[in-house]
Design a protein around this ligand. Structure first.
Ligand code: CP
Length: 316
């Protein structure tokens, strides 16, 4: 693995999950792997879990970590090729990525979509510019179209909590007051397509994800039908993909409630967090024993540590 910006960069999922599991049982076993190595964390958007868990994963491997909020601490970056830089952009990504590569052995970037310019978002202009101009491996800390570190933590969590070899996993759309990206559901769908699970996507009519991502997966528009017999309920909002970035529904009947959870096979409730209580999911579900969102967030550290381990081993 040279870069990790997509779930599809995983070469052997079983091997990676075993590595993450072993790391979790002994997080400091490889404390010297990252000695004298530096991880640069570049954030164009806010974060709690990704920032802290990645710093912790790096520390567990003995890596030094530099974190920068590029939107308000760095020079404003130009990403267009051939741009005449007579506006407010002070530095081109060509120089910035090469300079940062001299300070860092791995660069990790968070850059959310515009949700207005579909073409630019689908091209992953920011992260792909780092891949193009950096001279070191690049990790996505959530891009416009994917959040692969989250998906790896999600499948690690499902593996830990499953009670049958092939559990039924439901990804359900749920209402939210703001327009949210497609990165988490896209990466979750791709991961479930690689995993040994019965996978169903449930969303209201009109909330189709990118058909290139969901092709081959079962999609239903009746949430209760999807929940029947489920072992895991993964709730997430996303804005409209076809009418790009728009909110067409805040239908409260899609909120995950105890009544809906009753339809499942005593399913575990998952969400990537942060979560809007009593919008996405009711308090009664989130505060119940069914909810595994806190251990799910804990697994972010070990998933990321597994990726850092593979990248460091690849470089050595
Ligand atoms: N799930 C997730 O990526 O959380 P943060 O946005 O807080 O990093």
């Amino acid at each position: 693995m040279k870069h990790f910006t997509s779930v599809h960069h995983i070469e052997d999922l079983d091997e990676l999950l075993l590595l993450a599991k072993n790391i979790k049982s002994d997080p400091y076993a490889n404390k010297s792997l990252g000695e004298n190595k530096t991880l640069g964390l570049l954030f164009f958007n806010p974060s709690l879990r990704t920032r802290l868990s990645t710093q912790k994963a790096a520390a567990n491997l003995g890596m030094n970590c530099i974190t920068m909020n590029l939107n308000n601490e760095g020079w404003s970056l130009e990403f267009e090729e051939g741009a005449v830089m007579n506006g407010d952009k002070a530095e081109h990504i060509k120089e910035a990525a090469q300079v940062i590569s001299q300070y860092c052995d791995i660069i990790a970037v968070r850059s959310f979509p515009t949700l207005t310019d579909k073409k630019k978002d689908e091209e992953e202009q920011v992260i792909q510019s780092f891949v193009k101009y950096a001279t070191v491996p690049v990790i996505s800390l959530e891009g416009a179209t994917e959040h692969p570190l989250q998906a790896l933590a999600d499948i690690l969590t499902i593996q830990e909590y499953k009670t049958k070899s092939k559990p039924k996993v439901v990804l359900t759309w749920a209402p939210h007051p703001k327009a949210l990206p497609h990165a988490v559901p896209n990466s979750f769908v791709k991961m479930m397509q690689m995993a040994h699970v019965d996978f169903v996507i449930a969303h209201p009519h009109g909330y189709e994800l990118d058909p290139e991502v969901t092709k081959g997966s079962i999609i239903v528009h009746n949430q209760e039908e999807a929940f029947a017999g489920a072992d895991f309920i993964y709730a997430k909002n996303w804005s409209n993909y076809n009418d790009y970035g728009k909110i067409l529904s805040q239908d409260a009947s899609w909120t995950v409630t105890p009544e809906k959870m009753e339809l499942t096979n005593r399913a575990k409730f998952m969400h990537c967090l942060p979560v809007r209580r009593n919008q996405i999911v009711s308090d009664a579900v989130l505060d119940s024993e069914a909810s595994i969102v806190i251990p799910q967030a804990n697994n972010r550290t070990y998933a990321t540590q597994a990726i850092l381990t593979q990248l460091l081993n690849h470089e050595n």
